[in-house]
Structure formats: C-alpha cells, structure tokens
Design a protein around this ligand. Structure first.
Ligand SMILES: NC(=O)c1ccc[n+]([C@@H]2O[C@H](COP(=O)([O-])OP(=O)(O)OC[C@H]3O[C@@H](n4cnc5c(N)ncnc54)[C@H](O)[C@@H]3O)[C@@H](O)[C@H]2O)c1
Length: 262
C-alpha cells in the first residue's frame, strides 16, 4: 500500500492480542489495510474487517494459544508479527472497590491484572515467539504505558475525590506495565541471533471520551496539551513490524506526546 519496500508488510502474518479493543481494532484494521493476514486473539467477539481471522483465546491459557497458532500456521504459516496488546486497566470512572487506597487494594485484582498483562505476554511470546525463532524471523511488540515508566499522577483523579468518591489509580497496572519493559529486553537479547526482534511500545493515555474534569487535568500536564488519538499509535506498530526497524530490538518506542520528557 505504501509502495515503499521499507514499510511493506503485504503477505505477512500478524497476531494482535486484545484485537477487539480500542487500540487493538486500530492495529488490526491498519495492518490488514497494509496487506497483512491478521489473526485476532480476544475473549470477546466483535465484527472484524474482512479477511481478519478471530480466535477466542484467553492469553492466560497456554493451550488456547497453541491451538490458535496451529490453526494460523495451517491457514497462513508462522506469524511474522505478534502485538501483545491485550490488557486490563481501571478507567477514571472505575467502580469504587477497584480504586480504593493502596493499603486495601484487593489481592485478586492484583493477580488478575498481572495474569493478563504480564503472564499473557509471557505465554504468547513463548508459543508464538518460539515458532518465529524456529523460522529465524519475526517481530514482537509488547505494549506498555507511561504508567509503566513513571508513577501515575494521582492529582489527575482529584475530581473523583472532590465528588466524595475515593479514587486512587491502582498499583497493579503500573507494576504490570513496568514488567513489560524487561520482558522485552530479556527476549530481545535471548532471540537476537534467532532473528526475532522484540520491542516495547509505550503509549500515553488514549482519548476515549473521559470525564471533562479528567481531560482538563490530563491536558494541562501533557506537553502537547491533549491525549493520544488511537489512530496515532498505528505508525509505531507498522514501523516495528516492518523492515524499516530491522536493527531495532530491545528498545522502548515512546509515543507519549512528550509526557515523559519533563
Ligand atoms: N487506552 C489507553 O489509554 C492506554 C494507554 C497506554 C497503554 N495502553 C495499553 O494498550 C493496550 C490496549 O488498550 P485499550 O485501551 O485498547 O484497551 P481495551 O480494553 O479497549 O482493549 C483490551 C482488549 O484486551 C482484551 N482482553 C482482556 N483480557 C484478555 C485476555 N485474558 N485474553 C485476550 N484478550 C483479552 C479485551 O477483551 C479487549 O478487547 C493495553 O495493553 C493497554 O494497557 C492503553
């Protein structure tokens, strides 16, 4: 589609976990438009662009990942790209029990977030990255967040507290997204000679019709004065998927509008 061989993805195979979600659906459509054969792993169903294959895969379930990989290999061959995008987070309007004080943050919530965000990326990397390494090529994009690089700014959620609610942006998401940074470095070096590149894509908060008080506070803290639009995350995925990034591995591509620059 670009006509530029550096960015040409046509005929290659991609797996996007959480491909039904806000960002995953943008990656899925954008990669399919660029000629990739895209398989989506998700726990919920949705209409997907023509030609995209949907697999009901919980990324915490290794046997489900193995089953889906077998089906993809039979259809298209070993994937060239894995986007570890499936994730759990608590939005600014999350229910009270999820967003109470750190001291009483529920252990089950910690486990659930770590399971999907960390163990999920670990298991899909084991299974699909392993197959890529046997082929001698591939690219894995692990999705992190500014909240994995830096602490959440708790003041952004002051509007909830001013309304009389308790609101603390929970700890598990930050811990899980930090773990992604070193999962990336570990795998990048482990598979460097096997031809599998592994990078982190760190994103700032994505605009999703958040409450206006939150948007005002967020935008005031953001150098660019606005949140990331979901479509603006696609270019980084295309870059990391393509031959344009052939010497890029173990890196953290930060798409945060300058959030971490001051
Ligand atoms: N939205 C943001 O502001 C933001 C900012 C930085 C990073 N991110 C990261 O980007 C990624 C996508 O975020 P999003 O905003 O599109 O979220 P989203 O909630 O819209 O999508 C996440 C998708 O993951 C799926 N999923 C959840 N658990 C799963 C499991 N066990 N197995 C398979 N699929 C599962 C969900 O069904 C959903 O379709 C996440 O990793 C998130 O942490 C998001």
């Amino acid at each position: 589609m670009t006509g530029d061989p550096l960015f040409d993805l046509s005929g290659r195979v991609a797996v996007v976990t959480g491909g039904v979600g806000q960002l995953g659906s943008v990656y899925t459509a954008g990669l399919a438009e660029r000629g990739m054969n895209v398989a989506v792993f998700d726990v919920v169903a949705a209409d997907l662009p023509e030609g995209v294959l949907a697999y009901e895969v919980d990324v915490t379930d290794r046997s489900a990942i193995e089953g889906a990989l077998q089906a993809i290999e039979a259809e298209w061959g070993v994937p060239h790209l894995l986007v570890n995008n499936a994730g759990l987070d608590s939005p600014p309007d999350a229910p009270a029990e999820e967003v109470g004080p750190f001291e009483s943050y529920p252990e089950e919530s910690f486990d659930a977030v770590m399971d999907v965000n960390v163990k999920g990326a670990f298991l899909t990397s084991q299974v699909i990255g392993g197959a890529m390494a046997r082929e001698g090529r591939g690219s894995i994009v692990n999705v992190s967040s500014i909240y994995g690089l830096l602490s959440p700014v708790q003041d952004l959620y002051a509007f909830r507290r001013e309304r009389g609610d308790t609101f603390v942006k929970p700890v598990a998401y930050s811990v899980s997204k930090s773990a992604i940074l070193n999962l990336t470095r570990y795998l990048a070096t482990y598979w460097a000679k096997a031809g599998v590149r592994v990078n982190t894509l760190t994103l700032a908060g994505v605009w999703n019709d958040q409450p206006p008080e939150f948007l005002d506070a967020y935008n005031a803290r953001a150098p660019m004065g606005r949140m990331l639009e979901a479509r603006e995350a696609l270019g980084a995925v295309v870059f990391l998927a393509s031959d344009a990034s052939s010497y890029v591995t173990g890196s953290n591509l930060v798409v945060d509008g300058g959030w971490s620059a001051w």
